[in-house]
Structures are given as structure tokens and as C-alpha cells.
Ligand binder design. Structure first.
Ligand code: GDP
Ligand code: MG
Length: 642
């Protein structure tokens, strides 16, 4: 029983991989330097993962729901709210659980399933018993140091590269909310929001949807109403569905809403897998899987992942391969052909001139790199300053709002501040991305002027070889002039960074995981120690809030620093790489020209025939990639009408 399959996507992915192999084979034959790039692209296509994130408030059945998806009771679930941590579940032949700590110098900890359940749900303290209370506090301290847990298990569902992220439950004013909406949901492929059929759409949940999810790609959000089994009649179910639809429509336009009984789905799958389900009172009556609502949900999710995500994800590498083939045909092959057809005395003059130009390019490239490094450092400092100020402003305003409305009840006050923060934090987050983007672009532009000019100059010299040939062979070379030979260094680097797997990973790690956890602790621990103090509620709330903001600011600035550090180093590296690639391309062109001056007429003829064959082959691969691309695009279009 494996409902969640991604067959269409897998098939297309394999076809792309086969075509890339063919392309690589030809590049190998040509001894082209393009090979490295395509090998990296292949790894990227192979390793692509689907991340599904499950979010919701406490006790909505998140852990049970994930267990049901997996068909195995892997995550502990509990009747009372537990202090959860972020869990990342993925496929592994051998079951394993690893705990990662905030402190990166601390080694990861490998633990058993039993130890895991004890960590995630520490036993309640006996209030008044100092030993028990201190034991409890020690356990919470341990939890506080955990960044996230990685759970590997041989689960069918995850075999297709699916990763499931279990997030801690959040309420109003929980800093975790911001992390989930700004960092986890945008980077996941699908987000599942769990609601309860018996407490359908609380104020807090509506506020979460309205204020936090606004800017997200709402297509990928699945609304799942759990606890279907607690509704007695079909009529009740319809009422709950209607209520949810009416309230969600203004926010999500066309929400995908499902109603499930996660606990029953889990039991049905466990039974089907051969597990014997009993309690002390005897065997458990298990629902038919068909009645749990899971089939509808899993089918829709798989469909979405296949057509919308899978197709989108594959289209990018296909486009890049086509671009690469075009470049090889237009730059490498056509170049060599024109060199072979140029008169030898003309070639000698050309070689001298281009060699000098490339020497100059090397010198100014060094200078450009130094300048870039300098400008980026300056920008980094300025972004940090801006960010700190912006955070301070919203937190001050939030406290002011709190004071201005202190006549409200504690819960109304909480909502008021949460609604305000939801919008403001989102805004700053988006501004931050824009600022970083602009800083990178500005710094590169400022340092690239001279280099770009020189690159254009050399390109022009090389191009003149073709221009000369144009007179003899107009038909063949016409392609080159419709093809843009102009090269923009800044655009090229930005393009590479945008595709760089390392960069995506870094952002995922830095923003997605470490920053996230900063949030839970503050919110979670504060809430858990409520029973220790008998202070006036609002006073304590204000103090908690002030403390939370201070901590949040520190953590967020630290996260920004890490993110910038990683990103800016990546920018410098890629910049250097692109420049070097350009220089080596010119150098190999010079070599080709020198070689050509030494060739006999018959050799030249043989070589020209080879070039012809390669070109035909590359065009064939390109056409196949293009039709795959069209097929993917069509699959997305038809999906809209399903
Ligand atoms: N009756 C019923 N109980 C459920 C269902 N799903 C979860 N539960 C129970 O609800 C409680 C909270 O579930 P849990 O998965 O720990 O929620 P989480 O805090 O959101 O992770 C547990 O006692 C579960 O057994 C369901 O579909 N039906
Ligand atoms: Mg849970």
C-alpha cells in the first residue's frame, strides 16, 4: 500500500539524465571544458529533493499525521502539548536518529528511538518537589541546546527523495511562527497546515493565515482538517467543511481542503503492514483506509508534487543544458570552424593581438576581485546596521502598542501584538532580501566596469574572425550573429549564484534551521515555566515580550551575519570562477589558432568533418531536451483543469 508515488516526475527526470549523459559523451569526445559544468548539473538533477513541511498549533495531530504518511509510528504523539523540536525525516536503509546542536562545535548525537521519545516529551515535574523540578529543568536545558533532529528510516514514501519536516506547534506571539512562515514554508515544496475538526479555525489560526502567510506561494499550502472521526454525522462534516471554506476563501482564493482521521489512517496502514494493534483492553478496531480521507489527500499531494513542483524543478536544468549546448555550438564549434577556414597569415596577426589583450585582462581581473571584496565588506556592515535599526523599531512599536492597549484582556492584547508583528516582521524580512540582492549587484557592477570592457573588446576581436568568414559562407554563420556574443559579467555571476546548490543549501541551513530554533526556546520555555510564578498576568507578559524581543534581535542578527558571510563568500568565489573561465576560454582559443596554423590541408578537412558531426549530434540532443521541456509545460497546463 503505497499511495504517494511520483512516477511521471521520476520518468522525466530519468529522461533528462539520459540526455545529459549523451551530451557529456559528446563533450568528452570534443575535449570540451564544458564537461565539468554539465557533470555538476547532473548531480543537481539527481539529488533533487521534495520537502514537505507540516505546520499547525499544538495537539492538532501533526505527529500522528506524519506517522500516518509514513505508515509507521515513528514520532511520539501525546494528548498534552509537548515541547517539540524540529524533526527532519528522510529515507535511510538503516534506521537512525541524529541530534544536531546549536553549538556547531558540539558533535551530533546518535540516539535510539526510545531515547528520542524521552527527549521530545520529558516527564512532567512533581510540583513542589525540588528534585523533580530541577530534573525537569535539566531536561528542558538539554532541549534548548538542540537545533534539530534528523530521522532516517527505510520508508517507501521517502524513497523518491521526499523529506518531511515536522515543526513544533505554535500559538500567538510564538517567535517560531515567524521562522516557519519566513524561512521554512518558502523553501519547502509543499506545506500542510493541520487544523482540528473540533476546534475549527481558531482566532489564532486565522491570524496566522492572514498575517503570516500573505506573501507565500499559497498554491502549495494544503489545508488538512484532522479528527474527522470525532464528528458524528455526515452533516457535521459538511458543516465543518463549509465553515472552513467560507473563512479561507478570502485568504487563499482556492484552498485545497481535506478532512482526515490521521489516527485511523495510521492504524490502517500499520495493520496493512502486518503490525498487530492491541491495547490492554484487547485488539483495536481499525477503520478501512478508504474512510480515513487519506487517499484523497495523498493523491492530491502526489499530483501536485509531480506536475507542479516536479515539472517546475526539472525545467530549470533543462533550460540550462539547452543554453550550454547553444554556447558550445555557437562559441566553440563555430569558432574552430572559422579558425580552420582563415588564412594563416591573418591568424598570426590575430594571435598576437588577442594574446596581448588577454594579458591585460588577467591584470585587471585581479584588481576587480580585490575591489569586489572591499565593496562587499562595506555593504555587509551597512546591511547589518540597517537590520538592527529596523528590528529595534518594530519591537519598540510593538511594546508601545501593548502599553496603549493595556486595558484589553491578556489574550486580546496578545492577538493585537501578534497581528502587528505578523505584518511587520514579514515586511522587514522581504526588505532584507531586497537589500542583500541590491548590495551584491551594486558591488559587482562597481568593480566590473573595466573588466567588462576588456572582455567585450576581446570578444569583438574573436568575432571579427567570423565576420571575415561571413563573406564566403553567409548561410552557415548567420546563426552566430543572431546569437548574442555580448557577455555581461555581473549577469553571469548572478545567474550562477541563483542556481548554485551550495547557496540554496546555505540559506536553507542558516535561515531554515539554526534561526528557527532560536525561536522555540524563548517562546516554549517561557510558557513552560508559567507554573513557577504567580505574577500579574499582563505584567509578566510584558516582561516576557521584552525579553523575547531582546533575544530575538540578538539571534536574528547572528543569523544574518552567518547568512551574509556565506553568501558573500559565494559571490566572491563565483565571480573569480567566471573570470577564470573566461580567461581560459580565450587561452584555449589562442591555442586552437596556433594549432591551426600548423595543420595540413587534409588535416583541416578531417577536422571540419568532425565538427560537422558534433554539431549534428548536439542539435539532436538539444531538440530532445526542448521537446521534454514542452512536454513538462503541457503537463502543467493540463493540471490546471484536473
Ligand atoms: N481521535 C483522534 N485522535 C487523534 C487523531 N490524530 C491525532 N490524535 C490524537 O491527538 C493527540 C495529539 O496528537 P499529536 O500527533 O501529538 O499532535 P501534535 O502536537 O500536533 O503533534 C494525540 O493523543 C493523538 O493520538 C485523530 O485523527 N483522531
Ligand atoms: Mg507533535
Amino acid at each position: 500500500m503505497n499511495h504517494l508515488t511520483l512516477n511521471f516526475f521520476k520518468e522525466k527526470k530519468n529522461q533528462v539524465l539520459l540526455l545529459l549523459d549523451e551530451y557529456l559523451f559528446t563533450l568528452e569526445d570534443m575535449k570540451s571544458s564544458e564537461k565539468k559544468k554539465i557533470e555538476e548539473l547532473k548531480i543537481e538533477v539527481k539529488n533533487d529533493k521534495f520537502q514537505i513541511v507540516v505546520v499547525g498549533e499544538f495537539s492538532r495531530g501533526k505527529s500522528t499525521f506524519i506517522n500516518a504518511l509514513l505508515g509507521k509510528k515513528l514520532l511520539p504523539s501525546s494528548v498534552k502539548p509537548t515541547t517539540a523540536i524540529l524533526n527532519i525525516i528522510s529515507y535511510s536503509v538503516e534506521p537512525c536518529i541524529h541530534i544536531y546542536f546549536h553549538d556547531k562545535t558540539k558533535p551530533t548525537l546518535s540516539i535510539t528511538e526510545h531515547e528520542f521519545s524521552q527527549i521530545v516529551a520529558p516527564k512532567d515535574p512533581i510540583i513542589g518537589d525540588p528534585r523533580s523540578e530541577s530534573e525537569y529543568k535539566k531536561q528542558l536545558d538539554f532541549l534548548r541546546n538542540i537545533s534539530y533532529a534528523k530521522i532516517g528510516y527505510p520508508i517507501e514514501v521517502c524513497k523518491n527523495g521526499i523529506e518531511i519536516i515536522d515543526t513544533p506547534g505554535t500559538n500567538d506571539l510564538d517567535p517560531m511562527r515567524e521562522q516557519i512562515t519566513n524561512n521554512i514554508i518558502p523553501k519547502s515544496d509543499a506545506a500542510i497546515l493541520l487544523l482540528s475538526a473540533t476546534k475549527i479555525l481558531s482566532e489564532s489560526e486565522l491570524s496566522f493565515l492572514k498575517n503570516r502567510l500573505l506573501e507565500n506561494d499559497i498554491h502549495k499550502i494544503f489545508i488538512v482538517i484532522n479528527f474527522k472521526d470525532l464528528l458524528k454525522t455526515e452533516e457535521d462534516m459538511k458543516k465543518v467543511m463549509d465553515y472552513a471554506t467560507t473563512n479561507l476563501k478570502p485568504i487563499l482564493k482556492e484552498p485545497k481542503i481535506f478532512m482526515v482521521a490521521a489516527k485511523e489512517a495510521l492504524n490502517a496502514k500499520r495493520k496493512a503492514n502486518g503490525e498487530v494493534l492491541t491495547t490492554r483492553r484487547g485488539p483495536i478496531a481499525v477503520w478501512d483506509y478508504e474512510h480515513t480521507g487519506f487517499i484523497e489527500f495523498e493523491t492530491s499531494l502526489a499530483h501536485f508534487l509531480e506536475y507542479e513542483r516536479g515539472a517546475v524543478k526539472l525545467k530549470k536544468p533543462i533550460q540550462r543544458s539547452i543554453k550550454s549546448i547553444n554556447e558550445v555550438i555557437n562559441k566553440q564549434l563555430s569558432f574552430e570552424r572559422s579558425v580552420l577556414k582563415t588564412k594563416k597569415e591573418d591568424l598570426h596577426t590575430k594571435i598576437d593581438s588577442i594574446m596581448k589583450q588577454v594579458e591585460h585582462l588577467k591584470q585587471i581581473s585581479q584588481r576587480a576581485q580585490k575591489n569586489l571584496s572591499f565593496y562587499l565588506k562595506k555593504e555587509k556592515y551597512e546591511i547589518k546596521q540597517w537590520y538592527e535599526k529596523a528590528l529595534q523599531t518594530i519591537y519598540t512599536d510593538a511594546l508601545q502598542l501593548f502599553d496603549d492597549h493595556s486595558y484589553l484582556s491578556a489574550s486580546e492584547l496578545g492577538r493585537k501584538v501578534e497581528d502587528f508583528l505578523g505584518v511587520q516582521e514579514r515586511e522587514i524580512h522581504l526588505q532584507k532580501f531586497e537589500q542583500i540582492k541590491q548590495a551584491v549587484q551594486k558591488s559587482m557592477e562597481r568593480s566590473s566596469e573595466e573588466v567588462n570592457k576588456q572582455l567585450g573588446q576581446i570578444n569583438l576581436e574573436v568575432e571579427q574572425l567570423w565576420k571575415k568568414e561571413e563573406n564566403n559562407d553567409t548561410m552557415r554563420e548567420i546563426d552566430i550573429f543572431t546569437y548574442d556574443t555580448g557577455f555581461d559579467l555581473v549577469k553571469e555571476v548572478l545567474d550562477i549564484i541563483g542556481h548554485s546548490r551550495n547557496y540554496n543549501l546555505a540559506v536553507k541551513l542558516v535561515l531554515g534551521v539554526s534561526a528557527v530554533i532560536a525561536g522555540i526556546i524563548i517562546g516554549g520555555i517561557g510558557a513552560l515555566f508559567n507554573w513557577l510564578s504567580g505574577e500579574d498576568e499582563k505584567q509578566r507578559m510584558r516582561r516576557d515580550l521584552t525579553f523575547q524581543f531582546e533575544q530575538k534581535k540578538i539571534e536574528k542578527i547572528k543569523a544574518l551575519e552567518e547568512e551574509l558571510q556565506y553568501l558573500l563568500t559565494e559571490v566572491e568565489n563565483k565571480y573569480k570562477q567566471v573570470l577564470q573561465d573566461q580567461i581560459s576560454r580565450f587561452q584555449s582559443q589562442i591555442r586552437q589558432m596556433i594549432d591551426s596554423t600548423k595543420m595540413e590541408e587534409t588535416e583541416i578537412q578531417t577536422r571540419l568533418e568532425k565538427i560537422e558531426r558534433w554539431e549534428t549530434k548536439l542539435n539532436m540532443i538539444k531538440n530532445s531536451l526542448q521537446s521534454l521541456y514542452n512536454e513538462l509545460e503541457d503537463s502543467q497546463k493540463t493540471e490546471e483543469y484536473v
